[in-house]
Write a protein that binds this ligand. Structure first.
Ligand code: GLA
Length: 385
């Protein structure tokens, strides 16, 4: 559904529930990460782009200090609270927690807010590694920023979204998803340094297409697997005497007391090598060398499969089929947190039909699950629509 239709859907629901028209419309996109997985919370590098799937809000100020959240896609279920009272997570409306957290942390950072009616809709596939939760957080911050003319930067909105995810949703995520949702640039991926939050825009020419294949094997990052991986990385950097794995080299890992082949070793091996691949892959993309880009993407996938151990058989199979169809003309890998979700492939645009046909012929036949395929172009980050 293009954003115009999402906007209309939010506008209609707002009018139906609130009985008056919304004054303000904002969007925040989901993202696909081209390379750099589980590097963000290790102070490393990632290269995502924002995609044409979004969370959209229709909203208006209220002068009684009440914030009312309306979930357009779930039977107009509502959540409400008073902005100037303590805001806590709810037990039963998990979707609302992401939004409550953002409002809580905006307040905590000293921004002055009032009440609002907020109707939320979206089309970022849930639990698919395309950052539906970051889109929800960032769009909420964006709505309050516009309604109350807050002097908050897009990077700070991203940090506030991350704080919400840590404290109101329980996932100790890195900063990648919120940053790209808040700061994405049309026609570009961003090579983002997750330590300094500086980014470099990497142009994706029209001759290169981004294909996302959704395995429809879903995951929940809130279930603890993600946080456990993060702890193993932190353990590795402690044993290496580093502030973060960003600062370690493979030679240092090999010379350390960390036992080769242990889980902690393998996690560190992935992160350290993935950081190198991500920076090199950005250079290859800038140089227009799609064959090199492909080599880094395939290597990234192998590292996620063998060292980080976050792929599942369905995902490995999709990458196998993509690799077979693409050869050295492009590249493919799992994208996102892992345990299902989506794969991403970069390829010359003229190859899209044949690659798509290969997936359609093989994935369901092998797994019994029907995939979804999205061809995406990089979009701007959050803003008014
Ligand atoms: C999830 C997290 C991100 C990042 C990725 C893995 O999407 O939200 O911060 O760690 O997993 O790269």
């Amino acid at each position: 559904m293009p954003s115009k239709q999402l906007k209309q859907r939010a506008a209609n629901a707002f009018q139906d529930v609130c009985g008056y028209p919304a004054t303000t419309f904002v969007q925040a996109p989901g993202r696909v990460n081209l390379i750099g997985e589980h590097t963000d919370y290790n102070d490393g590098f990632v290269m995502p782009c924002a995609i044409d799937y979004q969370a959209v809000i229709a909203c208006a100020k209220r002068d009684d200090g009440v914030i009312r959240l309306i979930s357009v896609d779930y039977d107009h279920v509502q959540d409400s609270f008073v902005v100037n009272q303590e805001i806590k997570p709810t037990e039963d409306k998990l979707w609302a927690n992401y939004m409550r957290g953002v409002i809580h942390f905006l307040k905590e950072k000293g921004y002055s807010l009032g009440g609002a009616d907020i109707a939320i809709t979206g089309n970022v596939p849930l639990g698919s590694g395309l950052s539906s939760s970051a889109a929800l957080e960032v769009v909420t911050g964006q709505a309050m920023k516009v309604l109350y003319e807050l002097d908050v930067t897009q990077s700070d909105l991203a940090l506030i979204g991350q704080a919400s995810e840590h404290n109101f949703a329980g996932c100790k995520c890195g900063i990648m998803d919120q940053m790209i949702s808040a700061c994405g640039e049309k026609s570009h991926a961003l090579l983002l340094d997750c330590r300094s939050l500086e980014s470099k825009a990497v142009h994706i020419p029209e001759s290169v297409s981004i294909m996302i294949v959704n395995s429809h094997v879903t995951h929940s990052l809130v279930d603890g697997a993600y946080n456990a991986l993060r702890e193993q990385c932190e353990e590795a950097s402690r044993l290496l005497g580093k502030v973060a794995l960003r600062d370690a080299t493979l030679a240092e890992l090999d010379a350390s007391s960390i036992e080769k082949g242990s889980d902690v070793y393998k996690r560190a091996h992935h992160v350290i090598s993935e950081n190198e691949r991500t920076v090199a892959c950005a250079d290859a993309l800038i140089a227009g060398d799609l064959q090199k880009v492909g080599e880094y993407m395939y290597a990234s996938h192998a590292s996620m499969r063998d060292d980080f151990e976050i792929t599942v058989p369905e995902i490995d199979y999709i990458v196998e089929v993509l690799a077979e169809a693409l050869g050295n003309k492009g590249g493919a890998r799992m994208t996102g947190g892992g345990f299902g979700g989506c794969c991403v492939a970069l390829m010359p645009t003229e190859m899209v039909p044949q690659v798509q046909a290969a997936i359609e012929a093989k994935y369901q036949a092998k797994t019994g699950i029907k995939e979804s395929i999205y061809i995406c172009t990089p979009q701007n980050g959050a803003g008014v629509i």
